[in-house]
Design a protein around this ligand. Structure first.
Ligand code: NBP
Length: 472
């Protein structure tokens, strides 16, 4: 028996991807640094299936059909290089390695540069959807040469999620493009989750709603334009009971989160490329602040919020406004993410197809949502759209949602509820849509203390310096 593809790294993602591939008709060879993991898998979940468990890397490579296709599914960073170094001497020209982990796109660019001259195809193929997605159909974002893509295309398009007859896997672009798209996907995921948490916080803190009440609200929202995996997850989480106390399980979960590579990488890239990613930034910072639990507990006894505020408005109106704030902020977050794609494509010479990106995120991945169809349609209408907010559909949604959005943010602020992602999104909208910003004063200040010069509004392109009065 010869394998159609081999996979190295049998942790959560690897194991489930192998079962998915096997179920879709492929024979899969598997290898893992710790061999007992292979034995456990082939004798357990993989038993009786077209799966070849290899004891050594040499046996693993020997079991692969040519051109050999090796998928690496190990921890990102040095482990990926370790696997490449081990497998490389055993491969021949024309063989292919694809890394399915959350690798930094510049690592993939470096690996492509090292391996392609040796005649080995190298791809970075981001995989989203967690355990469930890997097992039954993830969203896959492959990057590398077109030739390499053609080699893995039949397998990847078959194992990925399918939405309306279309595979949630399309070629993203050369070298690190696939990993880059996956990184921004994860950044957007951070944003989506934080926005939902802010909606939840307004409902529970300002309106005093219970988890059970909110479960109904989120379930309801999931039937409309917010229909998405994460809203559904939220309603399920809010509905879960704690067996120990009999109350809502979510109320027993510690409010402390970490943040890993991809959120940070999204922000680093945005800063480097000079693109605003304020919604994602707010989400990452919210996690950083959440991690300061001890400081927050101590501060809660010293720093006080607004006193004697009681919500006296209409409850349904606020719930509806929070919905609108969530939807509008989500549009802003995606507008920023896609603007980042636009700049990155220019910078790295990728031909990113924005409609394709929205298409392959519609299924399999964590941010899957009905709303992605609207993004796809926007880029179908205008592939050169400068900012998603300018598409007529999104312009009209923002128009419609903005009064509720402002009301929700203002109410949260009045009640001392932090809404960093709602607020950052609204500030982006209000800055982007204004012909005139207060930056005229900023430029004048800079010229005052540093003779930086400034451009006059009545003589564009001419930079002048003024000896500003030092006393009046
Ligand atoms: P982990 O990220 O936990 O990695 C565990 C695997 O890496 C094991 O097979 C382990 O082998 C192997 N490994 C390590 Br650690 N160091 C190694 C080395 N120096 N040489 C060879 N193998 C090494 O697994 P995962 O959670 O399945 O994720 C795999 C990739 O997919 C990661 O990049 C992750 O960020 C990404 N991803 C994960 C998810 C998710 O939901 N978990 C979702 C999407 C993407 P061992 O058994 O010998 O220790």
């Amino acid at each position: 028996m010869q394998a159609d593809i081999g996979l190295v790294g049998l942790a959560v993602m690897g194991e489930n991807l192998v079962l998915n591939m096997e179920e879709k008709g492929f024979t899969v060879a598997v290898y893992n640094r710790t061999h007992s993991v292979v034995e456990k898998f082939v004798n357990g979940r993989g038993a009786g299936k077209k799966i070849i468990g290899a004891k050594t890397m040499a046996d693993f490579v020997k079991s692969l059909k040519k051109p050999r296709k090796v998928m690496i599914m190990v921890k990102a960073g040095a482990p990926v290089d370790a696997v490449i170094n081990e497998v490389l001497p055993l491969l021949e020209k024309g063989d292919l390695i694809t890394d399915g982990g959350n690798s930094l796109f510049t690592d993939t660019q470096r690996r492509v540069k090292e391996l392609e001259p040796k005649g080995i195809h190298y791809m970075g193929s981001g995989v989203s959807g967690g355990e469930e997605g890997a097992r039954h159909g993830p969203s896959i974002m492959p990057g590398g040469s077109k030739e390499a893509w053609e080699i893995v295309k039949p397998i990847f398009t078959k194992i990925s999620a399918q939405v309306e007859g279309e595979a949630c896997c399309r070629y993203m672009g050369t070298d690190g493009a696939g990993n880059y798209v996956k990184t921004i996907h994860n950044g957007i995921e951070y944003g989506d989750m934080q926005l939902i948490c802010e909606a939840y916080d307004i409902l529970r803190t300002v309106l005093g709603m219970s988890a059970k009440d909110m479960q109904g609200v989120f379930a309801d929202w999931n039937k409309g334009e917010l229909d998405s995996f994460l809203i559904e997850v939220t309603s399920h989480v809010l509905g879960a009971k704690d067996e120990k106390t009999g109350g809502a399980l979510v109320d027993m979960v510690l409010d402390k989160a970490g943040q890993k590579g991809t959120g940070k990488w999204t922000l680093q890239s945005a800063t480097e490329l000079g693109v605003v990613a304020s919604t994602i930034n707010a989400a990452v910072e919210a996690r950083i602040l959440s991690a300061l639990k001890d400081q927050r507990v101590a501060a809660s006894k010293i720093l006080h919020g607004p006193k004697d505020v009681k919500f006296e408005g209409d409850k349904d109106t606020l719930v509806k406004s929070v919905h609108d704030a969530l939807y509008a902020s989500k549009i802003i977050s995606y507008a920023q993410g896609f603007a980042l794609f636009g700049r990155a494509a220019q910078e790295y010479g990728w031909k990113l197809n924005f409609g394709d990106i929205a298409t392959i995120w519609r299924g399999g991945c964590i941010i899957r949502a009905r709303f992605l169809n609207r993004i796809k349609e926007a880029y179908d209408r205008n592939p050169n759209l400068e900012n998603l907010m300018l598409d007529p559909f999104f312009t009209s949604v923002l128009d419609r949602a903005q009064s509720g959005w402002r009301y929700a943010v203002a109410t949260a602020v009045q009640h001392g509820v932090a809404v960093p992602a709602f607020g950052a999104s609204l500030a982006y909208f209000d800055s982007y849509r204004r012909e005139s910003l207060p930056t005229n004063l900023l430029q004048a200040q800079r010229d005052y203390f540093g003779a930086h010069t400034y451009e006059r509004t009545d003589a564009l392109g001419t930079f002048v310096h003024t000896e500003w009065p030092h006393s009046l």
